[in-house]
Each structure stands twice: as structure tokens, then as C-alpha cells.
Ligand binder design. Structure first.
Ligand SMILES: [Zn+2]
Ligand SMILES: [Zn+2]
Length: 366
């Protein structure tokens, strides 16, 4: 019996989300249906609404869901009905990179996350019988019920409030994983984080966990910089007022061992590379419009500097998300401080607040 699922639908480029009741089909043998308790709004959802790259419309986006398993297919063994889960990105499980434990670099990442359908071309969501593009990041969780492969659900501690956990599935694991997994920031390191949104602040908190001793957050919003200080940044720079490269050089004259670029802006990437120490590593995370290029000084790279692209923080979600939750429970990773809750039906307000930098990490609650 198909479920009726209240969903936020994008029907045309730049159109607002419309709340509609859609139908969700039953799970196949390796699929589960999750009743979404809350779902984060990530930059990627907003740029998809703007058709950052073409995805079939109408579509349901949403990729930071958390909820409770309500139905499982006949062959599912990973989770049971009633389990609390965080929904992660999708990956094939069989390609060279999935087999190497690098699912966020799955060689079929696009088809599994952005095609708007499953590989067989079908979609689980319909509107009065007409197909609606779904399976966004394997979840399309701007919907009361989300159909996922058992591969991209992560069972989590049921004692932790589900209305904060969704962002662990993308923005938080992206920023924290960049620092802890991809860059391997060591105790005593120097690190500068460009952009103090949900990803950048997660990187700041992870740098604290790693024991970095100089942690600089750069942003243009004073409210975000204030929060960065509360979360453990040792310095902040307001890029709307200061000359960032000069200010960074003042703080660490020899250059930073690590920089993290989360804004997707080419000029910021250039600064993030220019302010590296010899042998320093710049992690670049921010998505930019298709075809964007940056004017990197090639001679700077010769001296052992590295630019490292990072997707989803190199996370293996089943391992990394429970680790982040444990750190949260110990008070060492207070990512809930970035979250503002909104009613699900107020999704357009939440997106506007995120774009206007009034909210760092909106989470929609059912
Ligand atoms: Zn794969
Ligand atoms: Zn995301």
C-alpha cells in the first residue's frame, strides 16, 4: 500500500517549495522507509532549487534527514523497524572507490545521488500517479517519509534528540570529516577555516577535537564569527572589514599548516592557498557554479603545498556519524549550537534565512 507523504516539491527553476501530499511506493527487498523526524537544509538543496545543474523537475530534494525506520524490505538486515537512523548519501558499494572505503568518491556518485531516479529509471514518489524526481542523495527527505537503500541509513543512539541529528548526514560530517579524516589535523596544528557556515563551523569544532592550537575562522557575518569563538576558534576575521591574507599572516607569519575553503568562491580559494605554510594542505569543499576556475599561483604549489578536494569529509557514515554523536554526548562537539528549528511547512522561510545568513543550519521539524 503506497504511503501518503507530505513533501516539499520544486516544480520549476527558482520556484519556491510547495507543500504537497505525494504517494511513496512500498520498499523493495533492500530498501527501508524512514519516518523523517527532522531534516536539515543544506546549501546543496538551495542550489538545486536554482538548478545549479539540471535535475529533472518536479523534484523533492532534502538530504539531511533523521528519523525512525517504519518499514523494511524482505532482505534488510542492517536495521529493524523502530531503529533511529540518520540518512547519508548514496553510493554503489561495488566500484573501486566504494571497495576502498571511500564511498563519497563512488565512481557512480552522480547516478546514485543526483539523477532524480533509481538506476532503473524509476522513482518512488508520484503525484496523482505522475512521476516526481526523487532519491536525491538517496533520500529526498524533504518529505514525511523517505525511501532509502539500507546502504545509506546509519543506525544511531536512540537517546539523542532526532531533531538535531539530520545535519550529521551531510554538512556536519563534511566539515568535521575534512579536518579529522581528509586532512588529519594533528594536535598543535595551525588551521584557518574560510566560511563559518554549517560546514565551516563543523571544521572549527573538529579542529578543537583534534587539538589544533591556532584556529582561525573567516566570515563576513559577525553573528557567525561570534559563534565560531564560542565553539573554540582562537581568532576570527571579519572579511568585510579586514584584509584577510594580511591579517592571517599577522596571526601566523610562517603560514598555516592547514586551510579549509568552504565558500566555493575562487578568490577565497586563492587566499586559502596563498596563506599556507610551505608543505601546508588546503582542503577545498565549497561547491561553485559549473566551470568555475581559480587563478592559483603555480610556484606556490611547488614548495610542497597541496590542494585537496574533499567530498562529504571522506566519511564512511556508519563509522563516522556515531563517532560524532559520541563526541557530542561528551560535550566536545556541540554542533546543536548551529541549529535553528523551523516547522516543515516553513521551508521557504528557512531557506531565505539561510541565504540571508540569519540562520546557520536550519532544521525543519515535522
Ligand atoms: Zn561506488
Ligand atoms: Zn549537503
Amino acid at each position: 500500500m503506497p504511503l501518503t507523504t507530505r513533501s516539499a516539491v520544486v516544480s520549476a527553476k527558482d520556484a519556491p517549495f510547495e507543500i504537497r501530499d505525494l504517494e511513496l511506493r512500498d520498499p523493495r527487498p533492500h530498501e527501508v522507509i524512514v519516518e523523517v523526524a527532522a531534516v536539515g537544509v543544506c546549501h546543496t538543496d538551495i542550489i538545486m532549487q536554482e538548478q545549479f545543474f539540471p535535475v529533472p523537475l518536479p523534484a523533492v530534494f532534502g538530504h539531511e534527514g533523521a528519523g525512525i525506520v517504519r518499514q523494511i524490505g524482505g532482505d534488510v538486515t542492517k536495521v529493524a523497524v523502530g531503529d533511529h537512523v540518520v540518512l547519508g548519501f548514496a553510493s554503489c558499494g561495488n566500484c573501486r572507490n566504494c571497495l576502498r572505503g571511500l564511498p563519497s568518491y563512488c565512481l557512480h556518485y552522480y547516478e546514485w545521488n543526483f539523477k532524480g531516479s533509481l538506476l532503473d529509471g524509476t522513482t518512488a514518489l508520484t503525484d496523482d500517479g505522475a512521476d516526481v524526481a526523487a532519491h536525491f542523495f538517496g533520500q529526498s527527505s524533504f518529505s514525511r517519509y523517505s525511501l532509502c537503500s539500507e546502504r545509506n541509513v546509519v543506525k544511531v543512539d536512540p537517546t539523542v534528540d532526532l531533531t538535531i541529528l539530520g545535519p550529521l548526514g551531510c554538512g556536519v560530517q563534511t566539515g568535521a570529516g575534512a579536518v579529522l579524516n581528509s586532512l588529519g589535523v594533528e594536535a598543535g596544528s595551525t588551521i584557518a577555516v574560510f566560511g563559518a557556515g554549517g560546514v565551516g563551523l563543523s571544521a572549527v569544532m573538529a579542529a578543537v577535537v583534534a587539538g589544533a592550537t591556532t584556529i582561525v575562522a573567516v566570515d563576513v557575518a559577525p553573528s557567525r564569527l561570534d559563534l565560531a569563538l564560542k565553539l573554540g576558534a582562537t581568532h576570527v576575521i571579519d572579511a568585510s572589514k579586514a584584509e584577510v591574507a594580511a591579517e592571517l599572516q599577522r596571526i601566523v607569519p610562517e603560514g598555516f599548516m592547514y586551510t579549509v575553503e568552504t565558500t566555493g568562491r575562487p578568490d577565497v580559494l586563492v587566499t586559502a592557498v596563498d596563506t599556507l605554510m610551505v608543505t601546508g594542505v588546503c582542503g577545498t569543499i565549497g561547491a561553485s557554479p559549473m566551470g568555475t576556475t581559480a587563478a592559483i599561483n603555480m610556484n606556490n604549489l611547488i614548495f610542497g603545498r597541496t590542494i585537496r578536494g574533499i567530498c562529504e569529509g571522506d566519511s564512511v557514515p556508519e563509522i563516522f556519524i556515531p563517532q560524532l554523536i559520541e563526541l557530542y554526548k561528551q560535550g566536545r562537539f556541540p554542533f546543536d549550537k548551529m541549529i535553528s528549528h523551523y516547522a516543515f511547512d516553513d521551508i521557504n522561510t528557512a531557506c531565505e534565512d539561510a541565504k540571508a545568513l540569519r540562520a546557520i543550519k536550519p532544521v525543519l521539524v515535522f
